[in-house]
Design a protein around this ligand. Structure first.
Ligand code: DAH
Length: 340
């Protein structure tokens, strides 16, 4: 019987060592430890042996069973490790494989111009003031010398939220808020959306962008305004461009001007883009009306101010040769990706 036990152990060791998967290991386990195994048969014959031998053989058989169990347990662990390694190998990430290039978006041309102008003014000591698109009637009109029944309101008809709240028709509302919050000297800009009840066409949109400029100090003159605007336009459209200022009317400036830049397409000769005039209107401005200064708490006998409001869409169209305003709002990727 001893020989048999040794043989079983030897056979099992060889067989189990060759096993590479759980299924075969299960069959080996049944074969060597199951109900119909040689070991089970030997256990049964124990009963027939004389007592002394029974004890010795019993011990040997128990030892054999323990060893077989251990062999199977070890193999089971080996297989687990092998499976894990295979899984890790199959899931390995090759960090050296070149990745697909990531497509970055581009800045919208209106944002490019806005950012450029903000940088231009901030570099020259202006502070940037943020305002809300929703404004009160007071800041949008009343405090800018446009009382309730003033005809100028009609030109800037807008979306009323209630009788005292509107979507701002211009960024000029920020002039008043700034003057109320700080004493001169003031050099401020504010940029953002403005809204008017305009029909959409090639040059109009009910939502558009403006940049507001306000300077309040002692001895500020119209020459400062013209010089500032000329510097700005040359910065944006190149040294060769020129600007012309015409007398105009705004209730919040006296005197008031409107300024045009030389048409970049025809250089003043006259073309469809400038409707034959050679110039394109880009802004309104003037010397801040003393009434507006006073209403905002600024002493108009000591301080003067100049202000201007510039339409950004116009500048984008001029700078990049966009002939239809609607192209700027359609978010056509083919148009936008040109602005890297
Ligand atoms: N707010 C005017 C508009 O939207 C433009 C304007 C005119 C702005 C005169 C000013 C200004 O600051 O002084 O048509």
């Amino acid at each position: 019987m001893k020989k048999e036990i040794e043989k079983i152990l030897q056979d099992a060791t060889t067989e189990i060592s060759k096993i590479g998967n759980k299924k075969d290991l299960m069959s080996a386990s049944t074969k060597y430890l199951g109900k119909n195994s040689v070991l089970a048969d030997l256990m049964k014959t124990l009963r027939t042996l004389p007592n002394e031998e029974k004890r010795v053989m019993g011990e040997s058989l128990n030892l054999l069973r323990d060893k077989l169990n251990q062999l199977i347990k070890d193999k089971d662990k080996d297989i687990d490790i092998k499976l894990l390694n295979e899984k890790l190998a199959s899931e390995k990430v090759d960090v050296t494989i070149p990745v697909k290039p990531h497509e970055y978006g581009t800045m919208h041309p209106i944002e490019i111009i806005k950012k450029d102008l903000i940088d231009y003014f901030v570099e020259r000591g202006y502070t940037l003031h943020d305002g809300g698109d929703i404004e009160t009637d007071y800041y949008c009109f009343e405090a800018l010398n446009v009382p309730k029944e003033h005809p100028a309101r009609e030109m800037q008809d807008t979306f009323y939220i209630d009788s005292e709240t509107v979507l701002r028709t211009h960024t000029s509302a920020m002039q008043v808020r700034t003057m109320e919050s700080q004493q001169p000297p003031i050099k401020m800009i504010s940029a953002g959306n403005a809204y008017r009840l305009d029909e959409v066409d090639a040059t109009h949109s009910p939502v558009f962008n403006q940049l507001e400029i306000l300077v309040v100090d002692k001895n500020v003159t119209m020459a400062d305004l013209i010089g500032t605007l000329e510097g700005l336009i040359k910065h944006l459209l190149g040294k060769k461009t020129s600007m012309r200022a015409r007398p105009s009317y705004f209730p919040f400036t006296e005197p008031s001007i409107e300024a045009d830049a030389l048409c970049p397409k025809c250089q003043g000769k006259g073309c469809p883009m400038c409707k034959g005039s050679g110039y394109i209107e880009i802004l309104g401005g003037g010397m801040v009306h003393p009434k507006v200064l006073e209403m905002s708490g600024v002493d108009s006998s000591v301080y003067k101010g100049f202000a201007a409001g510039i339409g950004l869409e116009r500048l984008v169209m001029m700078k990049y040769g966009v002939s239809d305003l609607r192209d700027l709002y359609e978010n056509d990727i083919n148009l936008l990706k040109q602005f890297k």
